[in-house]
Design a protein around this ligand. Sequence first.
Ligand SMILES: [Fe+2]
Length: 291
Amino acid sequence: MTVDTTNDTTRSHRDLATDDAALTASRRSARPNFDAIASDGTIDVLVAHGHNALAAGDLQVAERDLLDLLEIATVARRESEILRLRTAELERLIRAHTTELEEHQLETFERLAVMAEFRDTDTGEHTIRVGDLSAEIGLELGEDPAWCGQIRLAARLHDIGKVAVPDSILLKPGPLTPEEFEVMKTHTTIGAQILSGSSSPLIELGSVVALNHHERWDGTGYPNGRGGVDIPRCARIVTVADVFDALTSKRVYKHAWSHDDALAHVLAGRGTHFEPEIVDAFVRVIGRRRP
Ligand SMILES: [Fe+2]
């Protein structure tokens, strides 16, 4: 059977003539960017036009449409590469800026810790040691290393509230009267007030430590008489480190205890002043430190 395709071919040629007119403008214009080409319908028109040309047997027109499409694909590839490079550069700039901000924040944090320490000793070494020991105890307990890194820094601000305690009390060489001790206790709540409400998780952690580092496992501490696991874990760790380091340090109101005496004091407070599991971890850490 013979099939007459004259009408189809004629229709296709007519379509091609119409489409040629539509394509003229886009062919004449340069291709400024792929987004413009993709949104103005040029690609769809070229594809349809090429199909029609193939159907009509007009290979020359079909080839021209194909070359146009290849040109568009090249533009798209080039623009995609430019976009990728620009994105990578922006990401690098953001990372560098973020690191710089974090370094500034850390420096401010450390200067704050030194300022707090100057209130009752002449160096910032106590807070550094408490931070280091707290982090080591945390690691010994199997806590997340990143969290332990935060504790190392947050612990350094545990006594920042002492900035509001008068020298006559803070530096008193003898025992405090009950009234003076009440004032001394406020360094926990004042410290928490100074640090709370920050958008920085590190400073917020410092606030929790400042508020709770004089609470006791048996609930007889201050300022809130919290006990057991009601005391935040970070503060339960810092409490052990703070007491041990304070005992082995010289202050205006006390001599420095020997390592063994301070260790014995911490062990005596296992289950009353301190959480037993944390004391056990502390003993292992201290044991490894000894020569
Ligand atoms: Fe304290």
